[in-house]
Design a protein around this ligand. Structure first.
Ligand SMILES: [Zn+2]
Ligand SMILES: [Zn+2]
Length: 362
């Protein structure tokens, strides 16, 4: 066993996370140890912390991260000591039917892994790492296919965001919704993912990008990301959208919250034949009601976009190149730079719907 380091641990569903000392096992063949340098606070971390998404505890949270490889096990060829890497919380096996079929984001072996047991706490109790990573910590030990190399010129805080929010948001627009120039797009929920969706929709040539949030305070962030319109969510949302889309409703609605009410709002915001893309991860007992007649007569499409429906290994390096070339701006996504000890406060801000991404610097 290696020596102790710090990580943010949740002891039980809804308990306040706290920095604890942790120890990880020695790396085995095919594994790497990564010194984490930056990690973004994503909504799924909050969901696993408060029990919206069921997890075993104690749990080290954090999964949107970048760092430096400090140790590489036998047979590891993807990355070497000293490489800067972005972490993948759903590394594909490259052997199953889905991977062979060009859908590695739906990999049969890695999908649905909420947490793995890895390492121990100071009192020698086994600890779980969220999404196989547990990245709000100084170190992560992961299989080598959970890392992808990025250029060392890319700042760690930007690299971190590529690993979840930016890949998910841009992928939802490019790969799932396939927004075309001139189309109108409604984006519901303006956290890190929603703001990435706004920017990607604008970059795809959407004529209208209507950003929607419950908080009026998000207007500035939405406009910085490229929204053409901002609407505070209310009962009258579908009317407000129709006013802005020649009375028809939008071509696309992209839901970045993961709740039945906002999925229904997205459904109603689109035109006949429109496309609804669900990006938010919701809970198992939150049921979306749609009438059978409405499903038929509206001719809408309802799809989800998992992890941007993207091949992480090719798209993350591409996004990194875009950021370095200045063709993809993600600076506006970072609203707070924090330490591990500030993660609970960042969760509170997120729960109140404030700000964009908080990024932990380690
Ligand atoms: Zn995430
Ligand atoms: Zn697979």
């Amino acid at each position: 066993m290696s020596s102790y380091f710090n990580g943010v641990v949740v002891r039980s569903a809804g308990a306040r996370p706290a920095v604890e000392e942790l120890r990880l096992p020695e790396i085995g063949p095919g594994q790497v140890r990564v010194r984490i340098h930056a990690a973004g606070v994503c909504h799924s971390d909050l969901s696993m912390s408060n029990g919206t998404v069921r997890s075993p505890y104690p749990l080290v949270v954090g999964h949107e991260a970048a760092g430096e490889v400090v140790e590489a096990g036998e047979h590891v060829t993807r990355a070497a000591v000293g490489d800067h890497v972005v972490l993948n919380w759903q590394p594909p096996c490259r052997e199953c039917w889905f991977c062979d079929n060009g859908e590695p984001w739906l990999c049969a072996t890695s999908s649905g892994v909420a947490a793995l047991e890895n390492g121990v706490t100071l009192d020698d109790a086994p600890v779980h790492v969220s999404l196989g990573l547990g990245a709000f910590a100084d170190y992560v030990v992961a299989p080598a296919n959970a890392v992808i190399r990025v250029p060392s010129e890319l700042p760690y805080e930007k690299a971190a965001l590529l690993g979840c929010g930016v890949l998910t948001g841009t992928g939802a627009v490019r790969n799932t919704a396939r927004v075309a120039p001139g189309e109108s797009v409604v984006v519901i929920g303006l956290g890190g993912v929603g703001l990435s969706v706004v920017a990607a929709a604008r970059a795809a040539g959407a004529s209208a990008v209507i950003a929607v949030d419950v908080s009026e305070a998000k207007q500035g962030l939405a406009e910085a990301a490229g929204a053409t319109d901002f609407v505070v969510s209310s009962e009258a949302l579908s009317k407000e959208i129709r006013v802005r889309t020649s009375g028809r409703g939008a071509d696309h609605a992209i839901e970045c919250v993961g709740r039945a009410t906002t999925i229904r709002a997205a459904w109603r915001a689109t035109r006949r034949g429109g496309k609804v893309t669900v990006v938010g991860m919701g809970s198992n007992d939150d049921l979306v009601q749609l009438s059978a007649l409405d499903i038929f007569s509206s001719s809408r499409t309802l799809r989800s976009s998992v992890y941007g429906a993207a091949d992480f290994d090719t798209e993350v390096p591409r996004l990194a190149a875009d950021v370095l070339a200045g063709t993809l701006s993600i600076d506006h996504l970072i609203s707070d730079r924090i330490t591990l000890a500030d993660v609970p406060d960042a969760f509170d801000r997120m729960a109140r719907g404030e700000g964009a991404r908080s990024v932990v610097h380690l």
